[in-house]
Design a protein around this ligand. Structure first.
Ligand SMILES: [Zn+2]
Ligand SMILES: [Zn+2]
Length: 191
């Protein structure tokens, strides 16, 4: 068996068993523990697996994605960030509502829920029932056109009185952002 085949086999086992001792892997593959350590080095470097006291375990995929926007790949850790809960149990994070709406458009049928924060109250809300304020005078320096989520239309209207902008519902905001992005290079999406 080649090292690459052993690595594939180790990953397969880890997917089923979550955790493996080095001694156990060496016994199953009939190679020395030294060889196993050499085999798993690239997996550790790529953060696919992590070390435990005497073995290795699989790194959950959402842990690897959590710091970077799944749409534009910018680092995202601010309160603007949005989580997309997908049907395969994965959680994706985007840097802001703009990217969440566009990302949702790409993989609609796989998304169970979208969690964002109300721009005023900072409470967690479901994006599908939120409303979004576009084109306000306030610039948050994330992606353009920016979309600010609000739980209540009433509060969005009050905010609108001060900062301007246009209020959309969830589906309306997707269409509005897409329309505006056509032919422009204002998004950071890497192709
Ligand atoms: Zn983004
Ligand atoms: Zn953004």
């Amino acid at each position: 068996m080649l090292p690459i085949e052993r690595r594939q086999q180790i990953l397969l086992w880890l997917e089923q068993e979550a955790y493996l001792r080095i001694s156990e892997i060496s016994k199953r593959l009939e190679v020395s523990e030294m060889t196993i350590y050499r085999d798993i080095k690239p997996l550790l470097d790529q953060q696919k697996v992590s070390k435990t006291s005497n073995g290795i375990r699989l790194v959950p995929r959402q842990q690897m994605l959590s710091t970077c926007c799944s749409y534009c790949h910018k680092v995202s850790h601010s309160r603007l960030s949005v989580q997309l809960i997908k049907s395969n149990q994965l959680v994706e994070q985007t840097c802001c509502a703009h990217c969440a709406l566009l990302r949702y458009q790409d993989c609609r049928e796989d998304v169970l829920q979208i969690i964002c924060r109300d721009f005023l109250t900072d409470t967690t809300i479901s994006a599908q029932i939120a409303c979004f304020l576009l084109h306000t005078d306030i610039n948050l320096h994330c992606c353009q056109p920016q979309a600010l989520p609000f739980e209540s239309v009433h509060q969005a209207q009050q905010f609108q009185k001060g900062f301007g902008g246009v209020i959309y519902d969830f589906e309306g905001a997707i269409v509005a952002i897409q329309t505006e992005m056509t032919g422009s290079a204002c998004c950071h999406k890497e192709t």
